[in-house]
Design a binder for this molecule. Structure first.
Ligand SMILES: O=c1[nH]cnc2c1ncn2[C@H]1C[C@H](O)[C@@H](CO)O1
Ligand SMILES: [Zn+2]
Length: 376
Protein backbone atom coordinates (compact mmCIF):
# COMPACT_ATOMS: atom_id res chain seq x y z
CA UNK A 1 0.00 0.00 0.00
CA UNK A 2 1.27 3.48 -0.87
CA UNK A 3 1.71 5.57 2.26
CA UNK A 4 -0.62 8.56 2.48
CA UNK A 5 1.26 11.84 2.41
CA UNK A 6 0.77 14.74 4.82
CA UNK A 7 -0.19 17.19 2.01
CA UNK A 8 -2.93 14.78 0.88
CA UNK A 9 -4.24 14.53 4.45
CA UNK A 10 -4.34 18.34 4.66
CA UNK A 11 -6.62 18.38 1.60
CA UNK A 12 -9.01 15.74 2.99
CA UNK A 13 -12.01 17.00 5.02
CA UNK A 14 -11.55 16.49 8.75
CA UNK A 15 -13.70 16.86 11.87
CA UNK A 16 -12.26 17.95 15.22
CA UNK A 17 -14.12 17.70 18.53
CA UNK A 18 -11.47 18.50 21.13
CA UNK A 19 -9.35 21.61 20.61
CA UNK A 20 -8.68 24.28 23.26
CA UNK A 21 -8.82 27.90 22.09
CA UNK A 22 -6.17 28.89 24.65
CA UNK A 23 -4.00 25.96 23.52
CA UNK A 24 -3.93 26.85 19.83
CA UNK A 25 -2.54 30.38 19.51
CA UNK A 26 0.01 31.25 16.84
CA UNK A 27 3.34 31.90 18.62
CA UNK A 28 3.69 35.25 16.81
CA UNK A 29 0.28 36.28 18.14
CA UNK A 30 1.29 35.39 21.70
CA UNK A 31 4.35 37.67 21.33
CA UNK A 32 2.37 40.60 19.87
CA UNK A 33 -0.47 40.37 22.38
CA UNK A 34 1.99 39.97 25.28
CA UNK A 35 3.74 43.17 24.18
CA UNK A 36 0.38 44.96 24.02
CA UNK A 37 -0.59 44.01 27.60
CA UNK A 38 2.91 43.98 29.13
CA UNK A 39 3.06 40.26 29.85
CA UNK A 40 6.54 38.78 30.18
CA UNK A 41 7.23 35.66 28.10
CA UNK A 42 9.99 33.05 28.44
CA UNK A 43 11.01 33.71 24.78
CA UNK A 44 10.34 36.68 22.49
CA UNK A 45 11.22 35.13 19.15
CA UNK A 46 8.06 33.41 17.76
CA UNK A 47 9.89 30.32 16.53
CA UNK A 48 11.76 29.85 19.79
CA UNK A 49 8.58 30.55 21.76
CA UNK A 50 6.77 27.81 19.81
CA UNK A 51 9.61 25.41 20.67
CA UNK A 52 9.48 26.53 24.30
CA UNK A 53 5.77 25.65 24.57
CA UNK A 54 6.28 22.16 23.16
CA UNK A 55 9.34 21.48 25.36
CA UNK A 56 7.68 22.83 28.53
CA UNK A 57 4.49 20.84 27.86
CA UNK A 58 6.55 17.71 27.19
CA UNK A 59 6.69 17.09 30.92
CA UNK A 60 5.16 13.68 31.54
CA UNK A 61 2.69 15.30 33.94
CA UNK A 62 -0.70 16.92 33.25
CA UNK A 63 -0.17 19.44 36.05
CA UNK A 64 3.13 20.71 34.55
CA UNK A 65 1.65 20.62 31.05
CA UNK A 66 -1.15 22.90 32.26
CA UNK A 67 1.32 25.44 33.70
CA UNK A 68 2.19 26.57 30.16
CA UNK A 69 -1.34 27.98 29.73
CA UNK A 70 -0.45 30.88 32.05
CA UNK A 71 1.18 32.57 29.02
CA UNK A 72 -1.73 32.12 26.64
CA UNK A 73 -4.51 32.92 29.09
CA UNK A 74 -2.62 36.09 30.11
CA UNK A 75 -2.87 37.51 26.59
CA UNK A 76 -6.56 36.63 26.16
CA UNK A 77 -8.03 39.16 28.61
CA UNK A 78 -9.40 41.79 26.21
CA UNK A 79 -12.14 41.68 23.58
CA UNK A 80 -9.60 42.48 20.87
CA UNK A 81 -7.24 39.72 22.05
CA UNK A 82 -10.02 37.12 22.26
CA UNK A 83 -11.42 38.13 18.87
CA UNK A 84 -8.00 37.86 17.24
CA UNK A 85 -7.22 34.46 18.75
CA UNK A 86 -10.62 33.05 17.70
CA UNK A 87 -10.40 34.50 14.17
CA UNK A 88 -6.92 33.04 13.67
CA UNK A 89 -8.05 29.72 15.10
CA UNK A 90 -10.83 29.50 12.48
CA UNK A 91 -8.39 30.44 9.69
CA UNK A 92 -5.73 27.95 10.84
CA UNK A 93 -8.17 25.06 11.19
CA UNK A 94 -9.71 25.81 7.79
CA UNK A 95 -6.25 25.98 6.17
CA UNK A 96 -5.59 22.54 7.65
CA UNK A 97 -8.70 21.14 5.94
CA UNK A 98 -10.88 20.95 9.05
CA UNK A 99 -14.52 21.33 7.94
CA UNK A 100 -16.12 20.96 11.36
CA UNK A 101 -14.60 21.90 14.72
CA UNK A 102 -15.75 22.20 18.30
CA UNK A 103 -13.38 24.57 20.06
CA UNK A 104 -13.49 24.93 23.84
CA UNK A 105 -12.24 27.47 26.37
CA UNK A 106 -13.01 28.47 29.94
CA UNK A 107 -14.73 31.90 30.05
CA UNK A 108 -13.95 32.20 33.79
CA UNK A 109 -10.23 32.42 32.95
CA UNK A 110 -10.64 35.57 30.84
CA UNK A 111 -12.02 38.01 33.42
CA UNK A 112 -8.74 39.36 34.84
CA UNK A 113 -9.02 42.75 33.09
CA UNK A 114 -12.67 43.38 33.83
CA UNK A 115 -14.54 41.61 31.02
CA UNK A 116 -17.86 39.99 31.89
CA UNK A 117 -18.55 36.35 31.02
CA UNK A 118 -20.95 37.56 28.31
CA UNK A 119 -18.35 39.88 26.77
CA UNK A 120 -15.87 36.98 26.62
CA UNK A 121 -18.36 34.68 24.88
CA UNK A 122 -19.42 37.38 22.42
CA UNK A 123 -15.84 38.38 21.52
CA UNK A 124 -14.93 34.75 20.82
CA UNK A 125 -18.08 34.19 18.82
CA UNK A 126 -17.41 37.26 16.65
CA UNK A 127 -13.83 36.10 16.07
CA UNK A 128 -14.98 32.66 14.93
CA UNK A 129 -17.63 34.16 12.66
CA UNK A 130 -15.16 36.57 11.04
CA UNK A 131 -12.49 33.87 10.63
CA UNK A 132 -14.95 31.37 9.14
CA UNK A 133 -16.28 34.04 6.73
CA UNK A 134 -12.72 34.88 5.61
CA UNK A 135 -11.94 31.20 5.14
CA UNK A 136 -15.12 30.78 3.07
CA UNK A 137 -14.09 33.73 0.88
CA UNK A 138 -10.81 31.87 0.27
CA UNK A 139 -12.77 28.76 -0.74
CA UNK A 140 -12.51 26.86 2.55
CA UNK A 141 -15.73 26.04 4.36
CA UNK A 142 -15.54 25.51 8.09
CA UNK A 143 -18.29 25.26 10.69
CA UNK A 144 -17.20 25.99 14.26
CA UNK A 145 -19.18 25.30 17.42
CA UNK A 146 -18.00 26.38 20.85
CA UNK A 147 -17.89 24.40 24.08
CA UNK A 148 -17.78 26.40 27.31
CA UNK A 149 -15.44 24.80 29.83
CA UNK A 150 -15.56 25.12 33.61
CA UNK A 151 -12.31 24.55 35.50
CA UNK A 152 -12.66 21.49 37.70
CA UNK A 153 -10.60 22.91 40.61
CA UNK A 154 -12.83 26.03 40.73
CA UNK A 155 -16.46 26.44 41.80
CA UNK A 156 -18.12 28.18 38.85
CA UNK A 157 -19.42 25.18 36.93
CA UNK A 158 -23.12 25.94 37.56
CA UNK A 159 -22.66 29.52 36.37
CA UNK A 160 -20.77 28.38 33.25
CA UNK A 161 -23.36 25.70 32.52
CA UNK A 162 -26.08 28.37 32.67
CA UNK A 163 -23.99 30.54 30.34
CA UNK A 164 -23.69 27.64 27.88
CA UNK A 165 -27.48 27.17 27.88
CA UNK A 166 -28.07 30.91 27.46
CA UNK A 167 -25.79 31.02 24.40
CA UNK A 168 -26.83 27.71 22.88
CA UNK A 169 -28.50 29.40 19.92
CA UNK A 170 -25.53 31.73 19.50
CA UNK A 171 -22.61 29.50 18.65
CA UNK A 172 -22.27 27.49 21.88
CA UNK A 173 -22.99 23.80 21.32
CA UNK A 174 -21.97 22.27 24.64
CA UNK A 175 -20.15 22.26 27.97
CA UNK A 176 -17.00 20.63 29.37
CA UNK A 177 -14.88 20.50 32.50
CA UNK A 178 -11.07 20.60 32.30
CA UNK A 179 -7.96 21.15 34.41
CA UNK A 180 -6.00 18.88 36.73
CA UNK A 181 -7.90 15.59 37.06
CA UNK A 182 -6.38 13.89 40.12
CA UNK A 183 -8.16 15.11 43.26
CA UNK A 184 -10.94 16.83 41.30
CA UNK A 185 -13.51 14.15 40.39
CA UNK A 186 -16.34 15.04 37.99
CA UNK A 187 -18.93 14.51 40.76
CA UNK A 188 -17.73 17.78 42.38
CA UNK A 189 -19.78 19.39 39.57
CA UNK A 190 -22.82 17.13 39.72
CA UNK A 191 -25.25 20.03 40.12
CA UNK A 192 -24.07 21.56 36.86
CA UNK A 193 -24.37 18.27 34.98
CA UNK A 194 -27.84 17.57 36.38
CA UNK A 195 -28.90 21.09 35.37
CA UNK A 196 -27.58 20.52 31.82
CA UNK A 197 -29.45 17.24 31.54
CA UNK A 198 -32.68 18.93 32.60
CA UNK A 199 -32.02 21.54 29.89
CA UNK A 200 -31.45 18.86 27.22
CA UNK A 201 -27.94 20.25 26.72
CA UNK A 202 -24.84 18.39 25.56
CA UNK A 203 -21.62 17.96 27.52
CA UNK A 204 -18.33 16.18 27.52
CA UNK A 205 -16.01 15.67 30.49
CA UNK A 206 -12.21 15.46 30.54
CA UNK A 207 -11.83 12.03 32.16
CA UNK A 208 -9.48 9.08 31.99
CA UNK A 209 -6.42 11.12 31.08
CA UNK A 210 -4.32 11.67 34.21
CA UNK A 211 -6.64 9.55 36.36
CA UNK A 212 -8.11 6.18 35.51
CA UNK A 213 -11.31 4.19 35.56
CA UNK A 214 -13.05 5.80 38.57
CA UNK A 215 -12.98 9.12 36.77
CA UNK A 216 -14.44 7.65 33.58
CA UNK A 217 -17.07 5.76 35.57
CA UNK A 218 -18.16 8.89 37.43
CA UNK A 219 -18.23 10.96 34.22
CA UNK A 220 -20.59 8.50 32.56
CA UNK A 221 -22.64 6.89 35.32
CA UNK A 222 -22.96 9.76 37.77
CA UNK A 223 -22.69 12.81 35.55
CA UNK A 224 -24.19 11.53 32.28
CA UNK A 225 -21.43 12.69 29.93
CA UNK A 226 -22.26 12.40 26.23
CA UNK A 227 -18.57 12.00 25.35
CA UNK A 228 -15.25 11.46 27.14
CA UNK A 229 -12.49 14.05 26.81
CA UNK A 230 -9.56 11.66 26.23
CA UNK A 231 -11.00 8.57 27.99
CA UNK A 232 -7.80 6.85 26.93
CA UNK A 233 -7.43 5.02 30.26
CA UNK A 234 -10.48 2.91 29.40
CA UNK A 235 -7.79 0.43 28.29
CA UNK A 236 -7.20 -0.23 31.99
CA UNK A 237 -10.49 -2.16 31.86
CA UNK A 238 -9.43 -4.32 28.92
CA UNK A 239 -7.39 -7.43 29.62
CA UNK A 240 -5.79 -9.95 27.36
CA UNK A 241 -3.94 -7.54 25.11
CA UNK A 242 -0.31 -6.51 25.14
CA UNK A 243 -0.55 -3.50 27.47
CA UNK A 244 1.08 -0.23 26.55
CA UNK A 245 3.90 0.69 28.94
CA UNK A 246 1.87 3.44 30.64
CA UNK A 247 -1.22 1.41 31.45
CA UNK A 248 -2.02 -0.87 34.34
CA UNK A 249 -4.65 -3.50 33.69
CA UNK A 250 -6.67 -4.91 36.58
CA UNK A 251 -4.63 -8.07 36.21
CA UNK A 252 -1.38 -6.14 36.12
CA UNK A 253 -1.01 -6.77 32.39
CA UNK A 254 0.68 -9.61 30.63
CA UNK A 255 3.69 -9.75 28.33
CA UNK A 256 1.81 -11.41 25.49
CA UNK A 257 -1.85 -11.59 24.52
CA UNK A 258 -3.49 -14.84 25.64
CA UNK A 259 -5.57 -16.89 23.21
CA UNK A 260 -9.14 -15.66 22.79
CA UNK A 261 -8.21 -12.02 22.39
CA UNK A 262 -8.93 -9.00 24.56
CA UNK A 263 -11.60 -9.17 27.26
CA UNK A 264 -13.62 -6.07 28.11
CA UNK A 265 -14.53 -5.32 31.72
CA UNK A 266 -18.04 -4.05 32.42
CA UNK A 267 -17.16 -0.35 32.11
CA UNK A 268 -15.23 -0.79 28.86
CA UNK A 269 -18.08 -2.90 27.47
CA UNK A 270 -20.59 -0.22 28.47
CA UNK A 271 -18.57 2.51 26.76
CA UNK A 272 -18.31 0.45 23.58
CA UNK A 273 -21.90 -0.83 23.61
CA UNK A 274 -23.34 2.65 24.14
CA UNK A 275 -21.04 4.05 21.42
CA UNK A 276 -19.72 6.70 23.83
CA UNK A 277 -17.26 8.77 21.80
CA UNK A 278 -13.65 8.88 22.97
CA UNK A 279 -11.97 12.21 22.17
CA UNK A 280 -8.46 10.80 21.86
CA UNK A 281 -5.54 13.23 21.55
CA UNK A 282 -2.42 11.18 20.70
CA UNK A 283 0.40 13.77 20.92
CA UNK A 284 -1.04 15.41 24.02
CA UNK A 285 -1.33 11.99 25.71
CA UNK A 286 2.34 11.25 25.05
CA UNK A 287 3.35 14.64 26.48
CA UNK A 288 1.36 14.21 29.70
CA UNK A 289 2.43 10.59 30.14
CA UNK A 290 -1.04 9.13 29.48
CA UNK A 291 0.51 7.07 26.65
CA UNK A 292 4.14 6.00 26.23
CA UNK A 293 4.45 6.81 22.50
CA UNK A 294 2.28 7.23 19.42
CA UNK A 295 3.11 3.69 18.29
CA UNK A 296 2.05 2.28 21.68
CA UNK A 297 -0.97 4.57 22.03
CA UNK A 298 -4.12 2.61 22.97
CA UNK A 299 -5.88 4.10 19.94
CA UNK A 300 -4.61 1.12 17.92
CA UNK A 301 -6.34 -1.36 20.23
CA UNK A 302 -9.46 0.79 20.65
CA UNK A 303 -9.76 1.09 16.87
CA UNK A 304 -9.37 -2.68 16.43
CA UNK A 305 -12.06 -3.25 19.07
CA UNK A 306 -14.35 -0.78 17.28
CA UNK A 307 -14.84 1.72 20.10
CA UNK A 308 -16.26 5.06 18.91
CA UNK A 309 -12.77 6.52 18.44
CA UNK A 310 -12.13 10.12 17.34
CA UNK A 311 -8.76 11.84 16.82
CA UNK A 312 -8.14 15.32 18.16
CA UNK A 313 -5.45 17.95 18.63
CA UNK A 314 -6.17 19.06 22.24
CA UNK A 315 -3.62 21.91 22.18
CA UNK A 316 -1.99 22.67 18.85
CA UNK A 317 0.50 25.15 20.35
CA UNK A 318 1.63 22.96 23.26
CA UNK A 319 1.96 19.90 21.01
CA UNK A 320 3.27 21.71 17.92
CA UNK A 321 0.59 19.88 16.00
CA UNK A 322 -2.45 20.07 13.75
CA UNK A 323 -5.29 17.73 12.86
CA UNK A 324 -3.43 16.66 9.71
CA UNK A 325 -0.24 16.00 11.66
CA UNK A 326 -2.05 13.84 14.24
CA UNK A 327 -3.61 11.76 11.45
CA UNK A 328 -0.28 11.50 9.63
CA UNK A 329 1.40 10.20 12.79
CA UNK A 330 -1.31 7.55 13.10
CA UNK A 331 -1.05 6.43 9.47
CA UNK A 332 2.70 6.01 10.02
CA UNK A 333 2.39 4.21 13.35
CA UNK A 334 -0.51 1.87 12.49
CA UNK A 335 -0.37 1.64 8.70
CA UNK A 336 -3.83 3.18 8.44
CA UNK A 337 -5.18 4.24 5.03
CA UNK A 338 -8.00 6.41 3.72
CA UNK A 339 -10.75 4.07 4.89
CA UNK A 340 -9.53 4.34 8.51
CA UNK A 341 -9.27 8.12 8.17
CA UNK A 342 -12.81 8.25 6.78
CA UNK A 343 -14.02 6.06 9.66
CA UNK A 344 -12.39 8.39 12.21
CA UNK A 345 -13.82 11.47 10.51
CA UNK A 346 -17.34 10.07 10.33
CA UNK A 347 -17.08 8.90 13.95
CA UNK A 348 -16.29 12.49 14.95
CA UNK A 349 -19.09 13.95 12.86
CA UNK A 350 -21.62 11.44 14.27
CA UNK A 351 -20.51 12.47 17.78
CA UNK A 352 -20.73 16.23 17.21
CA UNK A 353 -23.05 18.33 19.36
CA UNK A 354 -24.82 20.09 16.45
CA UNK A 355 -28.27 18.83 15.37
CA UNK A 356 -28.50 15.42 13.68
CA UNK A 357 -29.62 16.74 10.29
CA UNK A 358 -26.68 19.16 10.17
CA UNK A 359 -24.23 16.38 11.06
CA UNK A 360 -25.71 14.20 8.37
CA UNK A 361 -25.42 16.95 5.78
CA UNK A 362 -21.68 17.36 6.45
CA UNK A 363 -21.18 13.56 6.33
CA UNK A 364 -23.14 13.04 3.11
CA UNK A 365 -22.32 16.22 1.22
CA UNK A 366 -18.70 16.85 2.23
CA UNK A 367 -16.97 13.90 3.92
CA UNK A 368 -18.24 10.87 2.01
CA UNK A 369 -17.81 12.28 -1.52
CA UNK A 370 -14.23 13.43 -0.76
CA UNK A 371 -13.14 10.12 0.78
CA UNK A 372 -14.86 8.13 -1.99
CA UNK A 373 -12.47 9.82 -4.42
CA UNK A 374 -9.45 9.32 -2.13
CA UNK A 375 -10.27 5.63 -1.51
CA UNK A 376 -10.77 5.06 -5.27
O1 LIG B 1 -5.81 17.82 28.14
C1 LIG B 1 -6.21 18.59 29.02
N1 LIG B 1 -6.64 18.09 30.19
C2 LIG B 1 -7.15 18.89 31.17
N2 LIG B 1 -7.24 20.21 31.05
C3 LIG B 1 -6.78 20.76 29.89
C4 LIG B 1 -6.26 20.00 28.86
N3 LIG B 1 -5.89 20.83 27.87
C5 LIG B 1 -6.18 22.07 28.28
N4 LIG B 1 -6.71 22.02 29.51
C6 LIG B 1 -7.15 23.16 30.32
C7 LIG B 1 -6.19 24.33 30.26
C8 LIG B 1 -6.98 25.43 29.65
O2 LIG B 1 -6.66 26.69 30.18
C9 LIG B 1 -8.41 25.05 29.95
C10 LIG B 1 -9.48 25.66 29.09
O3 LIG B 1 -9.25 25.52 27.73
O4 LIG B 1 -8.39 23.64 29.81
ZN1 LIG C 1 -8.29 18.85 26.52
Amino acid sequence: MVAISYPDIVKAPKALLHDHLDGGLRPATVVELADAVGHELPERDPQRLGQWFVAAADSGSLERYLETFAHTVAVMQTEAGLHRVARECALDLAADGVVYAEVRYAPEQHLERGLSLEQVVEAVRAGFEDGAAEAAAQGRQIRIGTLLTAMRHAARSQEIAELAVRYRDSGVVGFDIAGAEAGFPPTRHLDAFEYLQRENAHFTIHAGEAFGLPSIWQAIQWCGADRLGHGVRIVDDITGHVPSAGSTTPTGGSASAPPGGPVLGRLAAYVRDKRIPLELCPSSNVQTGAAPSIAEHPIGLLHDLRFRVTVNTDNRLMSGTSMSRELTLLTEAFGWGWSELQWLTINAMKSAFIPYDERLAIINETIKPAYAKLIA
